[in-house]
Structures are given as C-alpha cells and as structure tokens.
Design a protein around this ligand. Sequence first.
Ligand code: AMP
Length: 513
Amino acid sequence: MTNADDSHLSSTSSQTGGTLPLIDRAGMFKDRIAITTANSTHTYGELAIAAQRIAGALLGDKMDLQEQRVAYLVTPGFEYVAVQWGIWLAGGVAVPLCISHPRPELEYVIQHSQASIVVSDRAHEYPLSALTHALQVVYWSISHCMTHPIKDLPPICPNRRALMLFTSGTTGKPKGVVSTHAIIQAQVTSLVTAWEWTSADRILHFLPLHHIHGVINVLTCALWSGAQCHILPKFDAHEVWRCLKKGDLTLLMGVPTIYIKLIRAWEELPDWEQKQVITRCSQMRLMVSGSAALPVQVLQTWQTITGQMLLERYGMTEIGMALSNPLHGERRAGRVGQPLPLVKVRLVDESGVVVPEGIPGEIQVQGETIFLEYWHDPHATSQAFQDGWFRTGDWAVLDDGYYQILGRFSADIIKTGGYKVSALEIEEVLRTHPGIDDCSVVGIPDCEWGERVGVAVILKPMAELSLSDLRQWCKERLAVYKVPTRLINVVEFPRNPMGKVIKPAVKPLFTDE
Ligand code: AMP
C-alpha cells in the first residue's frame, strides 16, 4: 500500500499526457447522446462544456484546486455528472452526498472530508445553504456555476486523489475511501473489458450515486465507453418495467433487493405485458447483480420471466469489482466467478497462509483497482492490508474454478438492500435515545433485503418504545437504510465470560417475534 504524497500535485501536462482520459474521451463522442432523463437529452459535447464551466466557477481566481474536497448534493441526472466532471477538471476531489441523508449524516461527510466547497442543485439548495452557513463552508448553486465563462484548466496527473466514497466498517463512523484518477480508470477499464461495453450500449441507471455500484459500475463505465445512460431520479419498479418494455436498453445492473422488487412488480402486470417483458428483456445483452448475495431462487425466477441469466459479481468500495461470472461461458448460480482483469485474488487462513481449492479462506485482493487510503486514517489503512494484499473481511471458497462467497467475518457489518452498514455506528446513535439504556444491533436474514437491521433494546425503567416511534426518531439522525426495521425488548443480552455481547446469539431472539 502506498500513500500519495503531495509531490504528485505539481505535475505538468507532459507527465499527465493530457488532462483526464475519461473527459478527453468525451471529445470522441461529442455529438452522441450521453445522458437522458424523463425530460431531457444531453450529448457528450454538452457535458464537457458544462463541466468546464463548473470547473471555472469552482476555481474562481485559483489555478488549481490542489485536491480540495468538493461535496455535492445533486439529483441524479445531467447536472450530477457535470458537477462531478467539473470538480475533476478543476483539480478537486469529488465527494458525492446522498440525497436521502438527514442533516447529521450530511454534516459528518462534509466535515470529515474537510470539504471546502459544497455544490447543490436547486432542489437541495435549502438544506445545504443553511448547513454550509453553519459549518462555514463555501456554498455554490449549480445554476450559478453553469453560467461561468470557460477558463484555462490545470493539468491533472493520474495519481491525484479524485473521489471519496463513504463506507461503513467494523469500527466507529463511516470511513472516506479515497481513489485516484488512475484507480478509477483501472476499475472502469477492468469492467469495460470484461463485460465488453461499447458505445452502442444503453443502460438504465437508478442506483444511488454516492455508492461505487452507481458511480463506477454504471455511470462511469457507460461514459467511458461513449454509451448512453438513461437516469431515473430514484428506483421505482413500475418505472423500470416501463423503460425495459420500450426495448431500447442493452444493459441492466442492480442489487438483489431490486431484482426482488422487480419480480413483485412483474407479478402485478397483466398477461400481455408479462409476455412483452420476456421478448424485450431477452434481446438485451447483459443483466448484472451484485453488492450482496443473489439468492439462487431469485436468479431462477428472473430467468423464467425475462429469459436472462443474471451475471453475479463481487466487489467492494475499497477494491472496485474483483470477481465476476463470465460474460461468455458458464455463469453459475450461487457463485461469483473468477478474478476480473487487473485484479489478483487469493484466499488465506487466519495465519495468512494461502489455502488450496476447496478450503475456505478470507478473500484478499491486489491490483491497480485497489483504493489509495482511508481519508485521514493511516492506522485503518495499514490495518486493512496484509503483505500488500487488501483484506476484504469476506469469507469464500474456490469450488471447481468458481469462487463462492460464504459470508463476512464480522457480525457488526450488515448488508441491507445492497448497503453496507455498521451495527456499531447505529448502536452509538441509539444509545443517545432518552428511553434506551443499552442496545445490540444485528442483521436479521431476510429474503427481500438480504438482511434487515434489527435492534434488541434494554429500556430505562418506566420507558416505553414502539418501532414506529423509534424509526421516526432515527430518521432524523441516520440514513434511512440504517434505521432499524425490527425491534425487541430484552432484559439482558447473551454475553461471553468477558461480558461482551454475543451477536450470533442475539439474532435468534428475533425469530419468535
Ligand atoms: P460495498 O463496499 O458497500 O459495495 O460492500 C461490499 C461488501 O458487499 C463486500 O465486502 C461483501 O460483503 C458484499 N458483497 C458484494 N458483492 C457480493 C456478492 N455478490 N455476494 C455476497 N456478498 C457481496
């Protein structure tokens, strides 16, 4: 693991060989459509110009943002991408904010990333202008940036920091995962090669744009390839089916929960529309599932209703995508395939010794796609590596040449609807509730969400707490996907002789509920 130092900031264009390959490539596709939404269509040329204007506005009278962090809260669509590219062209680090996050979560990301500028569209102007005022951070509205004249932009070296995505870990608050332009390029070209993206592709985008799946696998792969990205402001199963039935899409990517919701919505369609779906979907070239385990039954049902065998892949915010079933060749249910291009994978036992095929071990990953660092946390960064290999904390086995994910080491990581959340972070917040004496948060297996966030609470004397009251209270403090959907009251937790709560023994307490 190498940490970037500041010498890389003063690169010249001869070192960079130009500016940013992703944005340079937009010149090749200038007149092609890059982004469509329900009511707008934008070419690559328009995108590049908007990004240059935004870069000019962000720079003001500076020559280069020198890796200043710029956080942005923008509805998914053309303006979102223009801001992201504008930040990169100005030499900044893009920190996407989640549009559904309550104020404390936004505040944490802005403060932890030490963002010096925050940008938003009109829809998010109100919460942000007040927040940035309180935090004394510069606020820009996109409409202001878009009218800025184009000016000279700095040369950008590929090993500069480019993107900070927040992810939950086994300790404390979410960490800022930092990637450079070179790392993003490696993550993107690995997938573009493996899944054979071309400019003839057209993908539907409904995934959150503060998570690697939405930002890299869908948006940036599409734009790198000169493909079209049709962006929905948020996921809506009926709207997705309407788009799929039009028959002009070639690719679809989602998390298992989304495929389950789509199956439910398909069941409500009239007969003739169900038949139309199979014709349209079977003409598409690829549908991908990832970010959580895809239940085999879901894969089979999806195949029956669409004629498509989902391609399951495995990845992580810190490493991009690592394993994938093949585009051509046999895709196996319940398996995540083999290492992607530019990625090396090994399985090791507790003592760090590589295990042979058939023996379970921790997935460790190496390659150009691995993140640079956890922002301002060198200790966590170094702990995340063993002999230069990134330790994923996931457990897998190699079975007949295909990797099978067996689970995670830590019961404190919950995967719900494709989001990774930390039980410890939720517990910290819940312990500030006036009625809660102590609590233990666990992931409860669930066929729709993968896991649900469950909390066992010990209440203070005389206190009462309903799930709906708890949820209401939490929604003002936590991202909605972290808010518990299961609640039980207990008098004590199962504990080991050291007094530590035994989380695997807390989970079954929910089954009788
Ligand atoms: P995130 O960083 O939010 O993308 O979460 C990464 C984690 O999601 C991994 O460490 C795995 O625990 C889990 N994950 C991703 N893809 C899969 C998959 N195909 N099957 C099982 N777990 C997965």
